[in-house]
Ligand binder design. Sequence first.
Ligand code: GLU
Length: 305
Amino acid sequence: MTEHAAGRFAPSPSGDLHLGNLRTALLAWLFARSTGRAFRIRVEDLDRVRPGAAERQLADLAAIGLDWDGPVTWQSRRIDRHHAVIDELSAAGLTYECFCTRREIQQAASAPHGPMGAYPGTCRALTATERAARRAEGRPAALRLRSRTAEFEIVDELHGRYRGVVDDFVLRRGDGTPAYNLAVVVDDADQGIDQVVRGDDLLPSTPRQAYLATLLGFSVPRYAHVPLVLNREGKRLAKRDGAVTLADRLALGETPGDVVALLAASLGYRANTPVELLGSFRPESLPGQPWTFDPLDVVNSGGNP
Ligand code: GLU
């Protein structure tokens, strides 16, 4: 492994991390450390920031025994760099302004042609006059990628080859904020991230990101999209499902070690610390199915199944 190889965890500070987020963070750490990589944390605070949440997230990661290399990166401090990359793409003729509202996109995208959820290209061929007219109406313009492909294939450690849609996705939102799909690609490349481990809800966006990376001349990282944690109803675990954050579990009398043991058990291991888990961690034997967590089942069990 080269000196600069690194994995990362990139939480959005919209609230406390729940067991699903902690499990993904633990997996990202295990993938990085078990392959001799550095491990970095990037707080993705361009959006949905709840005051104090980032600090609590970092404290929770440390409390369950995860460590990281170098200072935490705050995405909001990198906005100038994001805009510089957007300008580069624009100078290369690879962007266009889009004046569509969310509603217009939904209506157009549900038309009986084109891939589901893909932007149908409504504003792609607007003339300068048409653009000026829309600006004059006061419509805020987002900036989209003028994609030269409709699909792109990536390789994922858990999902194998995965081919997915690349549409003219948003690079800069109507409010001027760099979009997630742009920021994540630029930040991963600048931070030397060559291994991206995250929830498999993000797998469908990955071909877009990998394609953008190649357009910008960045190498495409290795990906591992890990299964999410589900609640009793088979839906993605959420705060309202009960005692699902570290603070909630501690309030029930569990220790951080109990919480690690619970996460380890969900992955098929017995361990009370990440370091202990590292000795036996084998990415190829990870469960491919989501873990269903019922907070009521483990109350008072000490979390140590
Ligand atoms: N910030 C994103 C989230 O918390 C994750 C982005 C990523 O790992 O690429 O959902």
